[in-house]
Design a protein around this ligand. Structure first.
Ligand code: SAH
Length: 390
């Protein structure tokens, strides 16, 4: 990348008020910001020269002072089940990933918020690489912009499908053509609430009518349980909240999710109910990774049900996705089903997350190792564990 480019303001990182100030600094009227957003987010245009309803002078100024730059793609992989994964470059030796999971009635894009993670959850492969850096707002928003472009969502009916394969939503009959990316989940790499400063502006752009215009119920932030930041989030935005619970008591949770030593379950649940009250939300989704012989017994399911019954909660059981060097194994399906049934009996809505794209998980590990460094091998095997509820 050339240096003059990197000095330009990447407009993908600016929510509307900041874009209005930027445009005002260039001597233009604030409504130009909305026109610009229309080109960027509704039409997927990345070249100022093509923004035909903007004055020529303004376009020339933008070309000097600004850019629309998504993360650079290192590798794209497609699974037999239609799941697609992009390895994206953060800088010379670091990479992160995003995953697109198509279903008949929706398309979910799972994006990353950090390179690495500092929280050290014992069953998570990202934890092994430690924390590298926060992604910028432009890198977070840029993932969604890039995916929509790659999936042909911005294209007009007669334009070419850039990926040109049978898994493209453009070639399906599912109605996804109009909105290939109907849902966005911050469940990729990193802890989004540990990157609050960059994540919240990104959420604003995702929800803004002039931005990606996603409904708040179709944007989900997943956290390992940073309690003070959940309260802060409630004051700032109203996206759907998912919380990685993984254990029905403090003793076990502190072992699996070390942040629990600082913010134990009772405090965490208080913050969750506050979020729902404040945001008039429907429910918090509690993620629970199913670890063979660790947290998957019927007694533990009953303990979990006692914690959550009567509250605006549902549980999403995630079959553990093993990675090299892990001491954990995946609970067998009948054990997971029994656990789900116990939760339902205990008055808690529960679903089993369908694992998608397993075939490119293995391939990803090998490939990323060659392309970038060993770090990405680990993150590759982790992120693909993210999938969608049945
Ligand atoms: N840091 C955030 C978001 C990223 S992880 C959080 O903790 O919620 C997204 C989900 O994948 C979390 O529920 C996480 O616990 C889960 N996860 C991590 N490693 C996993 C693995 N090896 N197998 C299955 N799920 C895993």
């Amino acid at each position: 990348m050339n240096d003059s480019l990197s000095c330009r303001e990447n407009l993908l990182g600016l929510p509307r008020p900041q874009l209005e100030s930027f445009v005002a600094d260039l001597g233009s009227k604030p409504f130009r910001a909305r026109q610009l957003m229309n080109w960027i987010y509704k039409r997927g245009e990345g070249d100022f020269a093509s923004m035909s309803d903007l004055a020529k002078d303004f376009r020339a100024q933008l070309a000097v002072r600004a850019e629309i730059r998504p993360p650079e793609v290192v590798k794209v992989q497609s699974s037999a089940d239609g799941t697609r994964k992009w390895l994206l470059r953060a800088d010379s030796s670091q990479a992160f990933e995003m995953v697109f999971i198509p279903e008949t009635d929706r398309g979910t894009l799972c994006i990353s918020s950090q390179v690495g993670c500092a929280l050290d959850c014992s069953f998570c492969s990202t934890a092994q690489q430690g924390f590298n850096r926060n992604l910028t707002t432009a890198e977070i928003v840029g993932q969604v912009w890039l995916a929509k472009r790659e999936l042909g969502e911005f294209s007009t009916a007669d334009s070419v499908d850039v990926l040109g394969d049978s898994h493209s939503p453009r070639s399906g009959s599912s109605g996804l053509r109009e909105r290939a990316v109907s849902n966005v989940v911050l469940m990729g790499m990193g802890e989004p609430l540990a990157n609050f400063r960059n994540v919240v502006p990104a959420l604003r752009i995702l929800l803004d009518d002039f931005g990606f215009d996603l409904s708040r119920r179709r944007v989900t932030l997943s956290t390992s349980g940073l309690v003070p930041q959940i309260y802060k989030l409630a004051a700032e935005t109203n996206v759907a909240l998912a919380v990685s619970l993984h254990a029905p008591n403090d003793e076990l949770r502190s072992e699996l999710v070390p942040i629990n030593r600082k913010h134990p379950i009772a405090e965490l649940l208080e913050a969750c109910w506050h979020y729902i009250d404040e945001q008039n939300g429907r429910s918090v989704t509690f993620e629970y990774v199913m670890l063979d012989g660790v947290n998957d017994s019927p007694a533990q399911a009953r303990q979990l049900a006692r914690l959550l019954a009567g509250h605006p909660a549902k549980v999403n059981l995630i079959p553990f996705n093993p990675f090299p060097g892990t001491r954990y194994g995946r609970s067998p399906l009948p054990v997971i089903q029994r656990f789900r049934d116990e939760l339902i009996k205990g008055g808690v809505l529960a679903t089993i997350r369908k694992t998608r794209g397993e075939d490119i998980d293995a391939a990803c590990g090998q490939l990323a190792g060659k392309v970038i460094d060993r770090t990405t091998v680990r993150l590759g095997s982790k992120i693909i564990g993210v999938a969608v509820s049945q």
